[in-house]
Write a protein of this length. Structure first.
Length: 536
């Protein structure tokens, strides 16, 4: 009857048999198997328990009882029964495999791996066992061994469940290309929502945003997860408007999705409209409220606040971040910048040094530390810090300018000139780069070069008085008294105009030569502040 799938008929026969012979463990075992087929799992459990009371060595009863316990949600009980079977008869690979699957489901990956290794050793062609062994290796920090196993797998030979498991591991470990290969071996994953999500993640990680968009756009699903991944894909594909719409949809579908609010806020802050930027700031505040432990939202909002002269608000925000989130090097640097703006460089320096300790490769951190030393009059340390910033970002003209200025303060003219030349050649050059280079040339006795640079400085910034004065002096030194007199007159006229009551002149704290480093918040092309930490 069981072979004919007449489970109801078989049930009656086994119930009758158990009544006639209540001492037969085999009868109760078959009764339990039949009840399993009819999905009467609670009754099946009782039948298997009766069988095992009569004969604890009946392995078929233990094995099938384990299946019943799985259906009843008692994984630990199932593991206990299968462990007994394996200890008694370790040669049955199916039991080894099923025990290993249960152990991995309860996150006992090391124990599971031992059983999968036995199956793999005996049956190296078993793709499912090999894939699940690789999964255990991923979870026990043996990625190299996992990679070796995967290299010999044929993706098409994997069942969908095992393929999804392995692809998830590969995505988690950053092996996106291999994940794509596994997920595209069949059409299974593009047909279901979980499969689409997994495939889209693999494409995104493999820098194939257009492929991710194509996968996610098939079908009418508008879940938060799909909208969010679409937003990431559009963002990677440089389609900001589509990304904005996708993140809006994700946030509308699930208002508690902190990451959707984060990405929406970052995109809105890129708009030139102050009102839209305020909307972006509000989205980031929402993201912070929903996920106070995520540092990226603090960073993005604080960066905008610093760039819009809200240093006090940025300082308060970042002090909150220090209480609720683990500060990244970027967040720590922003906190130092805010402290420098509000309380001065002496208060900021320890925080800047802490940011460098967390990540010594952030050029701006070294530049800001140089600024702190410069303001304290420690020009040697300032030039060293500025030079490290330039080493990390060799094309940054502002960093080259700062090195030259700190060296000039130490009267190291010959050392300063190459850095000033680099700054003046930058596109665009820092505002005072040509003036500084002209001053250095003049000090080095290169009067013709000095005159050339100072005239360029005046063309670029005709309202800055200092180049006029130095140009007049340089012409005088070169023996051209007429040009010297002409430029001296222009200098006096400019100073007289700037010194008129009601005319905004340079601050009283400005250096006498007009040369000073700046606390660079926006930087050339808005590139100085660190990019926010990545939020996924």
């Amino acid at each position: 009857m069981l072979r004919a799938r007449d489970y109801s008929g078989a049930l009656k026969e086994f119930e009758t048999a158990s009544t006639l012979n209540p001492k037969s463990a085999q009868t109760y075992a078959w009764l339990g198997i039949t009840q399993n087929q009819l999905r009467e799992f609670a009754q099946a459990a009782k039948s298997f328990q009766s069988a095992l009371r009569l004969d604890p060595s009946l392995l078929s009863a233990r094995y099938n009882y384990a299946h019943t316990l799985v259906e009843l949600g008692d994984l630990q009980g199932a593991i206990r029964e299968l462990t007994t079977v394996v200890k008694t008869n370790p040669s049955v690979l199916e039991v080894q495999y099923n025990l290993a699957v249960l152990l991995s489901q309860t996150r006992r990956y090391s124990d599971a791996g031992e059983h999968f290794e036995i199956v793999h050793e005996k049956q190296p062609s078993d793709a499912a066992a090999t894939a699940r062994l690789a999964d255990c290796y991923f979870h026990t920090s043996r990625q190299d061994r996992a990679t070796q196993l995967i290299a010999n797998l044929q993706p098409a030979s994997l069942d969908p469940t095992t393929a999804a498991l392995l692809a998830s591991d590969l995505i988690e470990s950053g092996s996106y290309s291999q994940a794509v290969s596994i997920l595209t071996a069949s059409d299974t994953f593009s047909a279901s929502l979980p499969g689409k999500v997994l495939l889209a993640k693999a494409y995104l990680g493999n820098n194939q945003p257009d492929a991710a968009i194509q996968v996610l756009q098939t079908g009418a699903d508008t879940s938060t997860q799909v909208s969010y991944l679409l937003g990431l894909a559009y963002l990677s594909s440089h389609q900001s408007e589509h990304a904005l719409s996708a993140f809006r949809a994700a946030a509308a579908t699930d208002p508690k999705d902190a990451l959707a609010h984060y990405h929406l806020g970052v995109l809105l802050l890129q708009n030139t409209s102050p009102e839209i930027q305020k909307q972006g700031a509000a989205e980031l505040q929402t993201s912070i409220q929903l996920m106070p432990g995520q540092s990226a939202s603090y960073e993005a909002l604080a960066k905008w606040q610093l760039q819009t002269n809200q240093a006090g608000a940025a300082l308060a925000l970042l002090q909150d971040a220090a209480r609720y989130a683990k500060l990244t090097a970027q967040t720590t640097l922003l906190l130092g910048l805010a402290q420098a703006s509000v309380h001065g460089t002496d208060a900021a320096r320890p925080m800047i040094e802490q940011a460098i300790a967390l990540d010594p490769h952030i050029a701006l951190a070294h530049n800001v530390l140089g600024f702190c030393y410069f303001r304290a009059g420690d020009y040697r340390r300032a030039s060293d810090s500025y030079a490290e910033a330039l080493r990390l970002e060799p094309a940054n003209g502002l960093f080259a300018y700062d090195v030259a200025l700190a060296l000039e303060k130490q009267n190291k003219i010959a050392e300063a000139i190459p850095f000033a030349e680099k700054a003046a050649a930058a596109t665009p050059p820092p505002p005072s780069a040509h003036y500084l280079l002209g001053k250095l040339y003049a000090k080095a006795g290169k009067l013709v070069d000095a005159i050339h640079e100072l005239e360029i400085a005046i063309q670029l910034n005709p309202s800055m008085p200092y180049p006029y004065y130095l140009l007049a002096r340089t012409y005088m030194q070169s023996g051209d008294a007429q040009e010297a007199q002409e430029w001296n007159t222009r200098f006096k006229d400019l100073k007289r105009a700037q010194d008129k009551p009601g005319t905004l002149g340079p601050p009283s704290s400005e250096p006498v030569d007009g040369l000073a480093p700046s606390l660079n918040i926006t930087g050339p092309h808005d590139a100085a502040l660190p990019a926010p930490s990545k939020a996924q």
